[in-house]
Design a protein around this ligand. Structure first.
Ligand SMILES: [Zn+2]
Length: 228
């Protein structure tokens, strides 16, 4: 059996990796916090305050140097320096080497699976054709797209440019959207807006949301200067 593969064993490939942990904001990623003597305000006169401030500051600095300032594991991240990423999934581009390729049959179609060793971690990944890029720039482009801000906004805040408002989408498109809605409660075509919520793509999805009487709709914010 001869199968066309996108990459060969030994090839360098690129892919998107979900960022699961981010730097802790409390300890700035160090995993440690320091508790020393707080600087005491002194309101006698601005000059006196300024003088005592530098005095106190020197005192603090000395304590820090001689070790009076105690170091603790950061309570936010438990000393790890990173916390679990929350909110919208973010991605980065990973780089790895193909170590093996397998072909399986999936519902009568051949499916090619690549086993890839990640260059920055000891883990192996399995990737399919559509998740694998030979070109780093293509992977980075897709990564930027995936990392665009996705937000739910009131439908009435989305601005429809006249060139859309004048058109009537064909029935077939609307029927397709309705079918997507019935089976997934969302549309395959996302609604794209610029930073001022001017719609530039996904108009039929927008129309169907309006027909369904949905007030808050998901949009992808894609600023114009980031689209080039
Ligand atoms: Zn921390």
């Amino acid at each position: 059996m001869n199968i066309e593969t996108k990459a060969n064993v030994g090839d360098i490939v690129y892919y998107l990796k979900r960022i699961s942990r981010v730097n802790c904001s409390v300890c700035a990623g160090t995993g440690k916090i320091h508790l020393g003597t707080a600087i005491m305000p002194n309101a006698e006169s601005p000059d006196a305050f300024a003088a005592s401030l530098s005095e106190q500051f020197m005192q603090n600095l000395t304590e820090m140097i001689i070790g009076n300032v105690r170091e603790y594991d950061c309570p936010e991240c438990g000393g790890k320096g990173t916390v679990k990423a929350t909110g919208q999934s973010r991605y980065e581009v990973g780089k790895g080497t193909v170590v093996s390729i397998e072909a399986t049959m999936n519902q009568g179609h051949e499916k090619v699976i690549y086993r890839v060793t990640d260059s920055t971690s000891a883990t192996n990944r399995t990737l399919t054709d559509e998740k694998l890029y030979l070109d780093q720039e293509a992977a980075e482009k897709q990564c930027r797209f995936m990392n665009l801000e996705r937000r739910v906004v009131p439908l009435e805040c989305v601005q429809i440019p006249p060139r859309f408002a004048k058109t009537i989408p064909c029935n077939e498109k609307l029927v397709n959207r309705l079918n997507e809605w019935r089976s997934h409660r969302k549309f395959e075509t996302e609604i794209y807006v610029d930073e001022n919520l001017n719609l530039f793509d996904g108009y039929t999805s927008y129309l169907v949301y309006r027909m369904l009487g949905i007030f808050d709709i998901p949009v992808v914010i894609w600023p114009e200067d980031a689209r080039k």
